[in-house]
Design a binder for this molecule. Structure first.
Ligand code: C2E
Ligand code: MG
Ligand code: MG
Ligand code: MG
Length: 292
């Protein structure tokens, strides 16, 4: 906002353009350096069984621990990573980290936990992607269904044949493919018609309307019903209240994720706060133990 007002008040265009270019180049360099110097970190947000509240797994969400600027959220660097191609090494790092974590959870009840990773369209369709996955997983001893691949509807904007055969291959390899932010874009139904996916994540904006307007209930109910008919799991994203949980339970949603249960937190926090709370071999969050 500051930059815009400077530009307006001074009426200078070219020097600003120059600064702009310099800044983007610097950020690309920064991003590269950030990768080289291991400045990225995964945060984990729990996913729970909607009926029982049991923790089933976590979504891994990337953060950039920048030495000067502090913690940077993915909204501020994923686009740049995507446009510069750095998304591929970044995505490989995410997979490597997630697999290393899964490997640490190797005894019951932890060995059932899943980790969902977000895979950008560009990386998902990269020719090396299945090979990289295979290479990471093959000597880990982890069964592939514990690593869930989240893709967004944008992938469907690419070559449909390529996307279909890629999802088919990954499914044959044993991975579950999940559609993130389902319902938000233009191509939601294309997925259901053409792609062999296992799970859809109902976009936060619909969950947000539950308990506020009847239209949202209708939309969510219809998505869940359709998913049931097609044999797909549903995850409600962005659950912030007990009321939303109750409604989703009534509608038969499979799993839930959201601030009501926990914000995304560093792995140390997960291990310290949540995973020590297991009772009779089942994992619950502290909030769960209060309410159930
Ligand atoms: P997403 O995959 O849909 O992740 C969910 C986002 O919603 C996360 O934001 C999470 O912090 C936020 N969220 C979760 N529960 C709630 C809630 O109850 N209320 C509200 N208001 N928000 C909630 P985050 O971590 O900033 O990530 C934003 C997006 O960046 C992600 O959306 C995903 O598309 C992308 N992203 C994150 N990590 C990665 C990654 O490792 N690789 C790639 N390619 N993209 C990533
Ligand atoms: Mg799961
Ligand atoms: Mg996601
Ligand atoms: Mg999402």
């Amino acid at each position: 906002a500051q930059k815009t007002s400077n530009r307006k008040s001074r009426g200078i265009y070219e020097p600003d353009m120059h600064t702009y270019l310099k800044e983007t180049m610097l950020s690309e360099m920064n991003l590269r350096r950030g990768l080289d110097f291991n400045e990225f970190k995964l945060f984990y947000q729990p996913q729970v069984n909607c009926r029982t509240g049991e923790v089933t797994g976590f979504e891994a969400l990337i953060r950039w621990q920048h030495p000067e600027r502090g913690l940077i959220l993915p909204g501020d660097f994923i686009d740049l990573a995507e446009s510069t191609g750095l998304i591929t090494p970044m995505g490989e790092w995410v997979i490597q980290e997630a697999v290393a974590q899964l490997k640490k959870w190797d005894t019951p009840p932890y060995d059932k936990l899943t980790i969902s990773v977000n895979v950008s369209p560009r990386h998902f369709l990269h020719h090396n992607f299945p090979f990289y996955l295979h290479q990471c997983m093959s000597d880990s001893g982890i069964s592939p269904e514990r690593l869930v691949l989240e893709i967004t509807e944008n992938v469907a904007l690419e070559d449909q044949k390529a996307v279909t055969s890629r999802i088919n291959l990954l499914t044959e390899m044993g991975y579950a493919v999940s559609i993130d932010d389902f319902g938000k874009g233009y191509s939601a139904f294309i997925y259901l018609q053409h792609f062999p996916i296992q799970q859809i994540k109902i976009d936060r904006q619909f969950i947000n309307g539950l308990g506020k307007d009847t239209k949202s209930i209708g939309i969510v109910q219809t998505i869940i019903h359709l998913a049931e008919l097609l044999g797909l799991q549903t995850i409600g994203e962005g659950v912030e209240t007990k009321e939303q949980w109750d409604i989703l339970k009534q509608l038969g949603c499979t799993e839930l994720q959201g601030f009501y249960f926990s914000k995304p937190v560093p792995i140390e926090e997960i291990n310290r706060q949540f995973l020590n709370h297991h009772q009779i071999g089942k994992l619950f969050l502290p909030v769960q133990m209060e309410t159930t």
